[in-house]
Design a protein around this ligand. Structure first.
Ligand SMILES: NC(=O)c1ccc[n+]([C@@H]2O[C@H](COP(=O)([O-])OP(=O)(O)OC[C@H]3O[C@@H](n4cnc5c(N)ncnc54)[C@H](OP(=O)(O)O)[C@@H]3O)[C@@H](O)[C@H]2O)c1
Length: 288
């Protein structure tokens, strides 16, 4: 009997590769999608890689779909060894340009969604006295940036949740690990303005519009030149699931490692003056 892993949000990006890689490594993977018409395509990809992937429907903002998926897995497998909370959305825009409903939706998916899925699987892990909870966070969970106020707030919240939960459940044999990737080229960046950018942020009448455009250029350049691959992120998840003593955090990508280390080791105000100062200068200096 192989260990069972639940991965949320496998239609594209990190989640897809995480599900396929863990399947290839011998786990029985249940991967969730909102749109079940993707199932044949995903199963065909899994078959090519000899991965045991079972596609189930789940919207992480819909409790009944979470319960149905988790019950199905428990009925079929009897246990869930690990959960990978990957499903997430992006929201960019200067704070004044972000609407309350957009921020609430972001938290509902990325934060409350991960909490609900974790809550649904924990009783089985607690009873089994073994388990792994993995949360895909971000370098934005460690560091804020212009037009990232809502996204960073959400990831910071997730970091605090994970850090506390780990201390609560580690004595029961269940570990919690955060994966903190830097910017990576995935479908999330191609989903268009509708999902990743606040409605008003894209409005030329916004007082922040010129700065937002420059911030977007900076982020897109970082994404275009990013060396991080979905395989790097999936590899970090595999380590968090398979290592005998998984780490609290797996930072993915050289730039993310550099920035997070700089923040840790350079005295606060000095770091803020140089790093944040440079970011703000680049965004607010008119392009020539
Ligand atoms: N790419 C990056 O630069 C980066 C860096 C650090 C962290 N992250 C985080 O890593 C995670 C994956 O990102 P990605 O780049 O792989 O993005 P992606 O390709 O856009 O994938 C996001 C996944 O989440 C699913 N999802 C969205 N809303 C959902 C909901 N309500 N219920 C269930 N599933 C839902 C999507 O499914 P649908 O197809 O149904 O929408 C999709 O499968 C996200 O949490 C993201 O914030 C990304």
């Amino acid at each position: 009997m192989t260990d069972t892993v639940l991965v949320t949000g496998i239609s594209t990006g990190f989640g897809q590769e995480i599900a396929l890689m863990l399947g290839e490594k011998g786990y029985t993977v249940y991967g969730t999608v909102r749109d079940m018409s993707l199932r044949p395509k995903l199963e065909a990809m899994a078959a090519k890689r000899n991965a045991d992937l079972r596609v189930v429907q789940m919207d992480v903002t819909d409790q009944s779909s979470i319960d149905a998926a988790v019950n199905k897995i428990l009925e079929e497998c009897g246990s869930i060894y690990a959960v990978v909370n990957n499903a997430g959305v992006l929201l960019r825009g200067y704070f004044e340009d972000l609407a309350e409903d957009e921020i609430r939706n972001l938290f509902n998916v990325n934060f409350f969604g991960a909490l609900a899925v974790t809550r649904a699987v924990l009783p089985a892990m607690r009873q089994a006295r073994r388990g792994r909870v993995v949360i895909i966070s971000s370098v934005a969970g460690k560091i804020g940036a212009p037009s990232g106020s809502a996204y960073s707030a959400c990831r910071f919240a997730q970091e605090g949740f994970a850090e506390s939960l780990r201390q609560e459940i580690q004595p029961l044999g269940v570990t919690v690990s955060l994966i903190e990737p830097g910017i990576t080229r995935t479908e999330t960046w191609q989903r268009g303005t509708a999902s990743g950018v606040g409605r008003n942020a894209a409005n030329p009448d916004s007082p922040y519009y010129a700065w937002f455009k420059q911030a977007q250029t900076l982020f897109y350049n970082a994404m275009e030149s990013s060396k991080i691959t979905v395989e790097d992120v999936a590899g970090a998840v595999f380590r968090a699931i398979s290592e005998p003593k998984p780490r609290w955090r797996y930072v993915v990508g050289p730039r993310a490692k550099l920035v997070i280390s700089a923040r840790r080791y350079i005295p606060g105000e000095l770091f803020e003056r140089f790093y944040f100062g440079e970011v703000v200068k680049r965004i607010t200096t008119p392009a020539r």
